[in-house]
Design a protein around this ligand. Structure first.
Ligand code: ADP
Ligand code: ZN
Ligand code: ZN
Length: 801
């Protein structure tokens, strides 16, 4: 007998596998999807290991395999185990990241009579009832018996009858969630049809079909002939034409306006970066290299990626390219598709399940040289993986904020180790941790210090920092400093375009009573409510709660509520008032709800349908708008003042990115940053385009305050509707963890807290958190049993959540 360790799709399975015996005649391999009995149910599972001996004595048998081929390769099996071990997530959740889209299905249980004329004389009433129901039909769904006898009784009686050999169980997977897509086609049944007896419209349709030599989709025929469905139906009823369904492949990339592009002649810096990557790819065996490609926006990183991918393809390998979701625009996809026509797969969350499914099938069958996608594309079933590229590697969106809380960069590094693939991390503002590793020689640092300048003279834009305290002193209470308004006026006069950046949505960002100081808050989260101007409601940015606008203070009944703070909507209003001659557009998540509205906004702005574009960080990311000559950062302080050790890094990254939007065209650019903390090192360094000096200061602080990369963090959050219970549970767990450390002799782990989370109450539940600091946190926490309500985040991106 052989045995399999199976990861079972049940929340009860948590982080462990279960041992099952493999029945004779069933071909079961590692990575294979199977059906297994689990308690009273039948569930999907994935075989993670084959063993000669089971982990437990009593094993049940695997019922069947799902599909003849394994769905996971051995390296993906190891990757799933690592994710579960490291991020302490349920094993099947980790496995599920790599399964084909729509794979997860319920199994349906059936029973049938083993012999049609079974001897039922010795059965009791319940048993006979079941047999009667079963004998009326070929097989019955277990659910139907449960309805007739009650859940518990049905399951006992069925088990008895199965043991006596009277009933046999069988299983079937529930309905498929994704199917190949089909379209309605239309054809003539007889080519020599005489049209003389037909109506004008009918004969027009017939004539159209006669002329066509390839299969005709009905939608096309309708459009070209102007005939409605009733015309076609009438012909179909006479048997003259027929409708039929035919499979069509969903291809997210439209190649209609994509022309194949040739590799550009590289600059010296690009060439030496490519040479290093090339020799890494050609290196036989050994630990795979990791490269950190540090280059300002427009320095030609993407061209290096493209040529590195071409090298990998030449060597018979394939690549995965990760980009932040927001940067996954048709523009980006086009650049890759133009270099590798029809050999690129796209994976991101805006694809329909069907599109994801078709792309997954293309990738796993080896049809694509390059997979490009957001975070989860790292799990694509790309065979012969040789190169993983993570663009904008510092982006926080690479971390998943629900379970499994994985970071795509950490996963990529692990996957590279398992498959021998090489990793290229690219950024204009590398994550402090990545740059630290490059400094220590763990990664190879590749530098592209200059912009590639297609037209002569487009250096990095000049950045001016405006001290808003001085504006107040000078009597300017406007949100636009004198410098910024003057620059905007000049740009408008020169028919140039302007971007105004403010990292806060909405109108007023809080509403306070001038008499008693009361601030209006969300009933469920206690977050201050902000005012949305367009639909004139008060809303909570954490949970979406909406309340009508009021002018009466709920606390003291005075009519002195004042709308304070400024978000993008309010900024838009102010800008209209101050610059009445300029047309404006706004770009934030309040206006981009549709599938392609990011593109629509960008296109309009590129077509110069507005002079001023106002936006949150969306405007900062990865878009080339050549005619923008001025970028105004309305307040650099929103991210600077968050109580988080990464606030300096975050601010530096944001400002650098925003600044990178200016001067992408030949006329150069200018950036104005407004702040109440002009002396802050993050602002100073961003203004000077000086990553090195930012890094020196930041790494010194990290060392001094013992923060990553000098240690690791874990955030443990407990949620409960009752604040006192929540606090007590957090205190209890802290005590337990301290004792755990003592008994296991583990030293060097700090446990900070418990303290209320930064967002103390979210959607009606209070949150308390513990922060753990030290190394080996996953191993420390792994054996600890946490009750329901706890969430564990290893390597959290932010402590203020
Ligand atoms: P990044 O990815 O660093 O922002 P890109 O690769 O997008 O930079 O390059 C910026 C611009 O410069 C693009 O328009 C690109 O086509 C162009 N470019 C890149 N490398 C070269 C080169 N070697 N010669 C000419 N133009 C280049
Ligand atoms: Zn009041
Ligand atoms: Zn809320």
């Amino acid at each position: 007998m052989r045995y399999a360790e199976v990861s079972v799709n049940s929340p009860a399975a948590q982080r462990r596998t279960f041992s099952y015996a493999i029945p004779d005649g069933l071909d079961v391999r590692e990575g294979q999807a199977v059906l297994v009995p689990f308690g009273e149910r039948v569930l999907q599972g994935i075989v993670l290991e084959l063993t000669p001996v089971p982990a437990v004595e009593d094993t049940r048998e695997i019922l069947d395999v799902i599909g003849s081929e394994p769905v996971l390769t051995p390296s993906r099996v190891s990757l799933a185990r690592w994710i579960s071990d490291y991020y302490l997530s349920p094993l099947f959740d980790a496995v599920a990241l790599m399964l084909p889209p729509g794979f997860e299905r319920k199994a349906i249980s059936f029973v049938s009579l083993t012999h049609p004329d079974a001897d039922t004389s010795s059965l009791n009433d319940d048993q006979r009832k079941v047999v009667d129901i079963a004998s009326g039909q070929g097989r019955v769904e277990l659910k139907q018996l449960e309805k007739a006898l009650g859940k518990k009784k049905a399951s006992t009686v069925v088990s008895q009858l199965v043991r006596q050999g009277i009933l046999t169980r069988s299983y079937e997977l529930g309905p498929v969630r994704v199917k190949p897509k089909t379209e309605l086609y239309i054809r003539l049944t007889d080519d020599n049809l005489n049209t003389s007896k037909l109506s004008i419209k009918q004969s027009a349709l017939v004539d159209f079909l006669k002329e066509r030599t390839v299969p005709v989709p009905w939608a096309e025929a309708r459009q070209k002939t102007g005939c409605g469905k009733s015309v076609a139906d009438a012909l179909a009823n006479k048997g003259l034409i027929a409708f039929y369904e035919q499979e069509v492949k969903r291809e997210p990339i439209s190649y209609i306006d994509i022309q194949t592009s040739q590799p550009l002649e590289l600059t010296a810096d690009q060439q030496s970066a490519l040479d290093s990557i090339k020799s890494g790819l050609e290196k036989p065996g050994g630990a795979p290299d990791v490269f950190l490609l540090h280059g300002v926006t427009g320095s030609g990183k993407t061209e290096v990626y493209l040529q590195a991918l071409a090298v990998a393809v030449k060597l018979g390998k394939r690549g995965i390219v990760l980009v932040p979701e927001i940067a996954l625009t048709p523009q980006t996809i086009k650049r890759f598709a133009a270099r590798f026509p029809h050999r690129v797969a796209v994976l991101h969350s805006r694809l329909s399940l069907g599109e994801q499914y078709d792309e997954w099938r293309r990738v796993s069958s080896g049809d694509c040289d390059v997979v490009i996608g957001s975070r989860s594309a790292i799990f694509a079933a790309q065979p012969d993986l040789g190169l993983i590229i993570i663009d904008e590697e510092h982006e926080w969106t690479y971390k998943q904020d629900n379970s499994p809380h994985y970071h795509a960069r950490s996963v990529a590094l692990k996957l590279a180790e398992l498959t021998g693939a090489l990793v290229v991390l690219g950024s204009a503002t590398p994550d402090i941790e990545s740059y630290y590793k490059a400094q220590r020689g763990e990664y190879q640092l590749l530098e592209l210090p200059q912009r590639v300048v297609p037209s002569a003279g487009a250096p990095m834009p000049q950045v001016e920092v405006v001290d808003m305290r001085e504006e107040l002193k000078a009597g300017n209470r406007n949100i636009f400093s004198r410098s910024l308004s003057q620059a905007i006026n000049e740009a408008i006069a020169a028919r140039d375009q302007v971007i105004l950046f403010l990292n806060r949505r909405g109108g007023a960002t809080f509403i306070q009573c001038r008499r008693c100081g009361f601030v209006l808050r969300c009933k469920r989260c206690e977050a201050p409510l902000s005012h949305h101007i367009a639909d004139d409601v008060l809303t909570c940015h954490q949970c979406g709660y909406k309340a009508p606008v009021t002018d009466v203070c709920p606390n003291c009944n005075s009519r002195q509520l004042k709308f304070l703070g400024i978000g993008t909507q309010k900024l838009e209003q102010e800008a209209r008032y101050t610059f009445p001659r300029a047309r404006q557009m706004r770009w934030d998540s309040d206006v981009t709800t549709g599938k392609s509205s990011h593109e629509a906004i960008l296109r309009k702005f590129r077509n110069k349908e507005a002079e001023i574009l106002i936006g949150t960080q969306m405007v900062a990311k990865g878009h080339d708008i050549p005619s923008v000559t001025l970028v105004g950062v309305v307040s650099a302080d929103t991210s600077l003042n968050l109580p988080d050790f990464r606030s300096g890094e975050r601010t530096f990254q944001l400002l650098s990115q925003v600044a990178g939007r200016a001067g992408r065209g030949p006329s150069g650019g200018r950036v104005i940053v407004q702040t109440f903390s002009p002396e802050h090192y993050a602002i100073q360094a961003a203004a000077g385009h000086d990553y090195a000096s930012f890094y020196e200061q930041e790494i010194a602080y990290r060392r001094e305050f013992h923060n990553p990369p000098f240690t690791r963090l874990a955030r443990l959050t407990f949620m409960h509707t009752n604040d006192a219970i929540c606090q007590r549970e957090a205190e209890r767990v802290k005590k337990m963890l301290v004792e755990e450390g003592d008994t296991r002799g583990i030293a060097g782990i700090d446990i900070i807290g418990p303290a209320p989370a930064y967002i103390h109450r979210l959607r009606g539940r209070y949150r308390w958190q513990l922060i753990l600091r030290g190394s080996g946190l996953s191993a420390f926490l792994s054996p600890v049993a946490f009750p329901r309500g706890w969430a564990i985040d290893i390597d959290p991106m932010a402590l203020v959540q």
